[in-house]
Every structure is written in structure tokens, then in C-alpha cells.
Design a protein. Structure first.
Length: 462
């Protein structure tokens, strides 16, 4: 059995990347073992690992050739911002840390960014901005890395208008478990050349190939924006307003749903104050357009729809600092709730069914006499339901609640995850709530790409 103290392997890895880019030994690897998965469901990491930090696709290729030949598990690691244990090493093996591969260049004429896997979302946004361009999605934490965002097909608040990561990736460079380098697509708008293997690798959670570089589509900036908080008396009223807004033809940059208790916990943690005093449930709506006059016309039309749907007095933020403050409080809800929670779900239903989903979640909450805080991306039907700690409850009760939330989601035509993925912690749920043929096909795809099962084993599929 291979061990991280195997001198031959460590020496060969050192010859590939340099001795100072290989990290091993208890205590030294701790910072590479975990992600943001809640502690009660997080897998225990294996500490018998070696961390390797390549600087190029060629070095990644050499590392995988060694791992494939020796049948050593490889765990790709990005920014560690995942919520389902997707990058946690669960066996003795190699942690492939891509942080040194962090270059971003922008082709202004083609409106494309060429980004290495270790570049962060912040790096991409800044590079686009310097070229007077715009990366429309904002799929989560800005310290998430591009390779991980693509491998997990990250979504985020703006998916309602701009789509998810796969909608912007036009080409990738990826290394197969054998060490072979695959180049797919490029600075292209159209590519209909055979099976779309690039889209198969996008969202595969590091189980089929290691993404080392991507070509990402950019757009002109939207210079004018408004952020609104629309308060409602109930969850259901807030969420049932969303399809009415979208049917008008208004397409906000983001339509987020939050609730008073978690949003005020988040604000307090930041030393801030939630500015909206009315209501128990809120829509945070961001409008962004090229033309300021058109922006205000859309804003008035949207507010009319909300009032007709029973909203209370809205709050409209036009100044950039006001908008940033609102979004900062929204973005910190998970961190604020994390110490008191067991799990965060990201179920997704057809957008018009999101109000019905919330009604079902309220029923589950009442039946267990517990509060299930919910917030998320109301415009695309993706809601984060939190299962909170309760005195005297055991794992079986938490599992029951999770399964009931998943069951009502599927009854409404939804899926168990819209953006977090399967990782380690959702594998049982994937098997329970998926058709056996679907699971069998995925296993066969994995076998074709990775016959030795070295790439992120124990993730996505058993």
C-alpha cells in the first residue's frame, strides 16, 4: 500500500515540480485537507497524503502519469470553498494543488479570457474589468478557483439571467488520469465537432480529468445598476411573486430570496444592520442595464408587479456602497448559520414551482417542530434549505428531514442539487433518488476515463 512517506514517490514528485513544491508530514498538510462542508456531515480527511503544487500542464501530466502507473489516488484541490466534501482526501494519496497556475490574460477583440485553473474568481473579474469587460456570472466566493468552479459547474446568484459556468466556458485544457493532455474548444462561439466531451468534463467534480486552463467568454460592462429589497409577510408570498416578475419579460441580473432571522444574524455578525424593517421574507433584486433611463423604467414596472403581489414598502439602493452592503450581508448568511447547522441543501425546482416547494418545506418544518431556514436563488428555482441542530436529535432524524425535502423536490420536477454537486456527502442521496440506468451509465463513463479509479475516488459515485 502506497504511503505519503514513500521516499521513491516523494523523490519523483520532487523531480517534477521541485522539492520546495512538495509538502508532506502530519501538521504540514493540515491546510490542504478540508473545505467549507459543515462539520456534522464532513468526511474525516486522510492525513497520509503528500501535497504537490505543479506550475504547468506539463507538470500535471507528469504527476498523473506517475499516479496512474503506481495506482495512487489523486485529489484535485482548488480554493477549498465547496460544501459537499468534494476535495477532501479520503484515502492515502496525492493532493494536487493548482494554486501556482494562476495566470489570466484577456483577448479584448474576441472578448475571451484565458485563465489557468488556479486563478481565482476575483482574478478573473479584475482582469476583465481592466480590459473594460465583464464576467457576468458571480458563482460564489471570489477566492474559489477557476478550475474548481468549472469542475463543479458553479452557479450563483446571477444564473437567472446569465447562466452558470458551463454557459461561459468555450474551451478547456485538461489532463486525463493517464497523463494525456486533452484540448477541447477554444476562443470559439460555435463548435459542433463530435461528442461534446468538454461539457462532460465540466461538472464532473474532478473525477474524469484535471482542468488546467479554460477559455471563458466575457461581455461588455453593464454600467448602471439598482439593488432593491422587496419585503413580504410570508415565504410563500415572496417566492410566488418571482414567476410573475419573469413573465413580464423583465430579466433581473439576480433575484435572491432571504428571511429575516438568518439575514439579521448575518448582519449582526458583520456589525451591520439589515436596512429593511418591514416584512419577514425578502426578495433582493438586482437590475443592471446599459442605459440608465431604461433601467429606471424597468425598475418602476417591477415594483408595480411586486405591489400587485402583496409586497410591503420596498427599499431601493442606488449608491454603490449601499448596494455592496446589502449584498455583503446576503453573502455571509451561510457563515453566520454554520455553527448552529447540520447541513445545507441546494435543491432546485422549475422556477414557477418554488413557492410550492416552500409550502412543502413549511409542512416538513411544522411536522418536526423545527425551523428550516431557507434562502437562495429564487429566480432560477435554486433554494438553500438549512437543517439546524436540535437538542436530543440523532443522525436518523436529520436524515429523515433531508430525504423528505428531496422527495418533495422530485415530486415538483426538481433535482437534489442545483450547484453544490454530489461530492462525498451526497452519494447516498444520489443513489436513492436517481434511476439505476443513470447511475450505471455514469459508472461506465468513469471506467472509460479512469479505469484505475485514481482521480478523486469516493466522490460523486461510490
Amino acid at each position: 500500500m502506497w504511503s505519503s512517506i514513500d521516499k521513491t514517490v516523494v523523490e519523483e514528485l520532487s523531480s517534477i515540480v521541485g522539492e520546495d513544491q512538495v509538502v508532506f508530514g502530519v501538521g504540514r498538510v493540515e491546510g490542504y485537507l478540508l473545505d467549507e462542508t459543515p462539520l456534522p456531515i464532513r468526511p474525516e480527511p486522510c492525513r497520509d497524503v503528500v501535497v504537490v503544487k505543479p506550475a504547468s500542464t506539463e507538470e500535471v501530466s507528469a504527476i498523473l502519469r506517475l499516479a496512474y502507473r503506481s495506482k495512487i489516488p489523486v485529489f484535485p484541490r482548488g480554493g477549498g470553498t465547496g460544501l459537499v466534501g468534494g476535495c477532501i482526501p479520503t484515502r492515502s494519496g496525492i493532493i494536487l494543488c493548482l494554486e501556482r497556475m494562476n495566470k489570466v490574460t484577456v483577448d479584448v477583440d474576441n472578448m475571451m479570457a484565458e485563465a489557468e485553473a488556479g486563478a481565482t474568481l476575483h482574478d478573473l473579474i479584475e482582469a476583465a474589468d481592466r480590459s473594460d469587460l465583464f464576467f457576468p456570472p458571480h458563482p460564489g466566493d471570489e477566492y474559489a478557483q477557476i478550475g474548481g468552479l468549472i469542475a463543479c459547474n458553479a452557479g450563483g446568484a446571477r444564473a437567472v439571467r446569465t447562466g452558470v459556468m458551463r454557459n461561459y466556458v468555450r474551451g478547456i485544457e485538461a489532463v486525463l488520469p493517464t497523463g494525456d493532455v486533452l484540448r477541447l474548444g477554444g476562443k470559439l462561439i460555435k463548435d459542433n465537432t463530435g461528442y461534446d466531451l468538454m461539457q462532460l468534463i465540466i461538472g464532473s467534480e474532478g473525477t474524469l480529468a484535471i482542468i488546467t486552463k479554460a477559455f471563458i467568454r466575457l461581455y461588455p460592462k453593464l454600467p448602471f445598476s439598482i439593488t432593491m429589497i422587496i419585503p413580504f409577510d410570508s415565504r410563500s408570498a415572496a417566492l410566488k411573486t418571482v414567476p410573475r416578475i419573469l413573465r413580464t419579460g423583465i430579466m433581473p441580473l439576480a433575484v435572491e430570496y432571504v428571511e429575516r432571522i438568518p439575514i439579521e444574524v448575518s448582519a449582526a455578525r458583520l456589525g451591520l444592520e439589515w436596512p429593511c424593517k418591514e416584512g419577514e421574507a425578502f426578495l433582493i433584486i438586482i437590475l443592471a442595464e446599459q442605459d440608465e433611463e431604461y433601467l429606471y423604467r424597468v425598475c418602476e414596472k417591477l415594483l408595480d408587479v411586486c405591489v400587485e403581489s402583496g409586497s410591503l414598502e420596498p427599499l431601493v439602493a442606488e449608491r454603490r456602497d449601499e448596494q455592496d452592503r446589502i449584498l455583503r450581508i446576503r453573502s455571509e448568511i451561510y457563515t453566520a448559520l454554520k455553527p448552529s447547522m447540520v447541513d445545507i441543501l441546494d435543491v432546485t425546482v422549475p422556477p414557477a414551482s418554488i413557492g410550492l416547494l416552500m409550502d412543502k418545506i413549511d409542512e416538513i418544518s411544522r411536522s418536526y417542530n423545527t425551523y428550516l431556514p431557507a434562502y437562495g436563488h429564487a429566480g432560477d428555482g435554486n433554494i438553500h434549505v438549512h437543517i439546524m441542530r436540535e437538542e436530543g436529535w440523532d443522525t436518523a432524524i436529520y436524515d429523515e428531514i433531508r430525504d423528505k425535502v428531496y422527495s418533495v423536490t422530485l415530486e415538483l420536477g426538481g433535482v437534489i442539487t442545483g450547484e453544490h454537486g454530489i461530492g462525498f456527502v451526497r452519494r447516498r442521496s444520489l443513489l436513492r433518488f436517481s434511476h439505476p440506468i443513470y447511475i450505471d451509465l455514469m459508472k461506465k463513463v468513469k471506467q472509460i476515463f479512469d479505469p484505475n479509479n485514481i482521480l478523486n475516488p469516493d466522490k460523486l459515485l461510490p
